[in-house]
Design a protein around this ligand. Structure first.
Ligand code: CP
Length: 306
């Protein structure tokens, strides 16, 4: 069965069957990544362009590696070396790239809605690699894959997303996908970092980090997005760490196991202490490894639909 859409724009409205198909297929590719030769010919002859209009380490490298592992031809576009610097519009840039016969476009942009706009001006499969504060679907998929790998299920788990919910695209994508798969989702942070009306998404709101640690099986701890002016919503980073930082003392006070995720990049000493970021509860680098397998799965399932 193919996926129900030829694009991956977000987790909103994606049926559980599609999510499970992506996660199950990723398990096969995760096994490929353990082989001495980590490459399969699945997308040989397909051309994929990575259009990154915003900085990235994990997502850009992970997509590029996933494409190479699937034997696709990969092109990387970066704004700083492109003709957008000479005034070329976004639409003209995309039309010119597409004229070179590109099959798939992976896009990251600071503006919400750009991946959706691309579906209207291009015939390629579009994959959202993060659009503004809107969605980051492959991050949610790799987070969920990593939780499922460690705990064996998603349905019935209590998962809390902690921190700067207001500026986060990771939060929304996680909430939509986790709820579709049957998890009980909450968010925890200062009131200024939780958008008004959040409870309408069916999530519990918590303003105390010790309560969030005590009540949940998993914490997905988000970065304070200083580049999106998140610093103006809290008195100081030290104050944030004192009230909401996940520390070893707080985790040890809690008398049960808990799984700590972080999408990266980490502000050490702000949302996580270094002890926790490198400690026994976290699976942060497992998330990064699994990200390649999850992106191989998405690229394969979309790239073989046409
Ligand atoms: N998690 C994530 O999106 O990281 P990058 O910004 O480095 O891609």
């Amino acid at each position: 069965m193919p996926l129900s859409s030829k694009h991956l724009l977000g987790m909103h409205g994606v049926p559980a069957e599609d999510l499970n198909m992506i996660l199950d297929t990723a398990t096969t590719f995760r096994e490929v990544l353990e082989r001495p030769i980590k490459k399969v010919p699945t997308l040989k002859g397909k051309t994929i362009v990575n259009l990154f209009f915003e900085n990235s380490t994990r997502t850009r490298i992970s997509f590029e590696l996933a494409q190479k592992r699937l034997s696709a031809d990969t092109i990387n576009f970066s704004t700083s070396t492109s003709s957008t610097k000479k005034g070329e519009t976004f639409k003209d840039t995309v039309k010119n790239i597409e004229a070179m016969k590109v099959d798939m476009i992976v896009v990251r942009h600071e503006s919400a809605g750009v991946p959706s706009y691309l579906t209207k001006i291009s015939d390629a499969n579009i994959i959202n690699a993060g659009d503004g504060r809107h969605e980051h679907p492959t991050q949610a998929l790799l987070d969920i894959y990593s939780i499922r790998e460690k705990l064996g299920k998603i349905a019935g788990l209590k998962v809390c997303i902690v921190g700067d919910i207001a500026h986060s695209r990771v939060a929304l994508s996680n909430i939509y996908a986790l709820k579709t798969l049957g998890a009980e989702v909450s968010v925890c942070g200062p009131a200024t970092m939780i958008p008004f009306g959040m409870e309408k998404l069916g999530v519990k709101i918590i303003h105390n980090i010790d309560q969030a640690i005590a009540e949940n099986d998993v914490l997905n701890v988000l970065r304070i997005q200083l580049e999106r002016k998140a610093g103006t919503t809290i008195p100081s980073l030290r104050e944030y760490h004192n009230y909401f930082g996940v520390t070893a003392e707080r985790l040890e006070k809690n008398n049960k196991d808990i799984l700590i995720l972080h999408p990266g990049p980490i502000n050490r000493g702000v949302e996580l202490s270094s002890e926790v970021a490198d400690g026994p509860y976290q699976i942060i680098l497992d998330q990064v490894t699994n990200g390649v397998a999850v992106r191989m799965s998405v690229l394969y399932l979309l790239g073989t639909m046409n």
